[in-house]
Write a protein that binds this ligand. Structure first.
Ligand code: ADE
Ligand code: ZN
Length: 349
C-alpha cells in the first residue's frame, strides 16, 4: 500500500478536517438535534416531557448505554411523517458534507417508528429522498442500513424484515443495535441468515459494553462483515488475530465511548492500540447530536487526546473507512486516490 507523506503534528487538525472520509457508523435518529426535536414536536403536536431545548440538553448526562437509549428513543418519538425523516436526514447529510464525508452508510431503527404506528414506507422513502438530494446538492454518496433492535425478539425482527420486503433494494444491509448486554448475537442468527439469503450486507454492534464473546458471535452466528464499536476485542488475543487476518473493520466512535463511559477519558481510549494490533479501525460519530460532536470532532478530539497518533494514522483511518465501505472496488479506489491527493496537497502547502 502506497503511504502518504508525513505531515507535521501542528497541521494535523486541518488535515483531519479536510481529508475525504466515509462515515460507517451513524444512527440517523442520533443526529436529531434538540432544536429539531422541539421543532418537529411542535409541527406534529407531540408533547415532550421536557420544558425547553435547554432542559432536554441537560438530560444528556449519560452513565452507560441504557441511560442514553432511554432518552434517544424518547427523542425519536417526534418523527411521524415522510417529511420529518427527510428533514432529519438532510440536516445530517449537510453537516457531514461540511466535514468532508464523501460517503455515509446510515443506520435507521424502523422498530422505533413502526411501534408508534409509522409505516415502514414512510421511514424509508423519507430517508431515501434525502440521500438522493445530498448526492445532487453536495456530491455526497450515501446508503441505508436497517437495524434490528436487539432488546426486542427475533420474531419481531422477522416481522420488521417482512415489512421491509417491498423496499429491498432501497437499503443495502442490516445491522443490530440497542441494549447489548443480555442480548447476544445468537438470538438473531436465523433472521440474519434470511437477510444473507436476500443478498443484504450484514453488520452488528458488538463489544461496545459486551464481552469479546459477543464479537465472536457476531462473526460466527450473524456472518457480520463489520463490527460496530468492537473496542472490547483487545481483551481476547485469539479474537484480535481473527479480526486482523480477516480484515474485519471496527467502526469505532470515540466521543460515544467517552459519553457512555466505555472509557473514562479519551486519553485512555484504545483507538491507537487497535491500529497497532493490526485491526482495521475507523472513526465515526454514532449519535452526534447526543455525544457532543460530528465525525471531525471525533477525529480532532481523539487525536488531541492521544499524542502518539500521527498523520500516517489519520491516513490509515480514512483509507480504512473506504476499504470497509460497501461500495464497488472502482468507487473505493477513486476515493482512496482523492485521499492521497489531499495528503499530497497538504504536504506541499
Ligand atoms: N443505538 C444508537 N446508538 C447506539 C449505540 N451506541 N449502541 C447501541 N445501540 C445504539
Ligand atoms: Zn451505534
Amino acid at each position: 500500500m502506497h503511504h502518504p507523506p508525513a505531515i507535521d503534528r501542528e497541521r494535523l487538525p486541518a488535515l483531519l478536517a479536510r481529508m475525504p472520509k466515509a462515515e460507517l457508523h451513524i444512527h440517523i435518529e442520533g443526529s436529531l438535534e434538540p432544536e429539531m426535536i422541539f421543532a418537529l414536536a411542535q409541527r406534529n403536536g407531540v408533547t415532550l416531557p421536557y420544558a425547553s431545548v435547554q432542559a432536554l440538553r441537560q438530560a444528556y448526562a449519560f452513565t452507560d448505554l441504557q441511560s442514553f437509549l432511554d432518552i434517544y428513543y424518547a427523542g425519536a418519538s417526534v418523527l411521524l411523517t415522510e417529511q420529518d425523516f427527510y428533514d432529519m436526514a438532510l440536516a445530517y447529510l449537510e453537516r457531514a458534507a461540511r466535514d468532508n464525508v464523501v460517503h455515509a452508510e446510515i443506520f435507521f431503527d424502523p422498530q422505533t417508528h413502526t411501534a408508534r404506528g409509522v409505516a415502514m414506507g414512510t421511514v424509508i422513502t423519507g430517508l431515501e429522498r434525502a440521500c438522493r438530494d445530498a448526492q445532487a446538492r453536495w456530491g455526497l454518496s450515501s446508503a441505508l442500513i436497517l437495524c434490528f433492535l436487539r432488546h426486542l425478539s427475533e420474531q419481531e425482527a422477522f416481522a420488521t424484515l417482512e415489512q421491509a420486503q417491498p423496499y429491498l433494494g432501497r437499503f443495502i444491509g442490516v445491522g443490530l443495535d440497542s441494549s447489548e448486554v443480555g442480548h447476544p448475537p445468537e438470538k438473531f442468527a436465523r433472521v440474519f441468515a434470511r437477510c444473507r439469503e436476500l443478498g443484504l450486507r450484514r453488520v452488528a454492534h458488538a463489544g461496545e459494553e459486551g464481552p469479546p464473546a459477543y464479537i465472536w458471535g457476531a462473526l460466527d452466528s450473524l456472518h457480520a462483515e463489520r463490527i460496530d464499536h468492537g473496542v472490547q476485542a483487545l481483551g481476547d488475543p485469539a479474537l484480535v488475530q481473527r479480526l486482523a487476518r480477516e480484515r474485519i473493520a471496527l467502526t469505532v466512535c470515540p466521543l460515544s465511548n467517552l459519553k457512555l463511559r466505555v472509557f473514562p477519558t479519551l486519553a485512555t481510549h484504545n483507538l491507537q492500540a487497535l491500529l497497532d494490533a493490526g485491526l482495521m479501525a475507523t472513526v465515526n460519530s454514532d449519535d452526534p447530536a447526543y455525544f457532543g460532536g460530528y465525525i471531525n470532532d471525533n477525529f480532532l478530539q481523539v487525536f488531541a487526546a492521544l499524542p502518539q497518533l500521527t498523520s500516517t494514522h489519520a491516513w490509515q483511518l480514512a483509507h480504512n473507512s473506504f476499504a470497509a465501505s460497501f461500495v464497488t472496488p472502482a468507487q473505493r479506489s477513486a476515493w482512496q486516490d482523492r485521499l492521497a491527493e489531499a495528503f499530497e496537497s497538504c504536504a506541499q502547502a
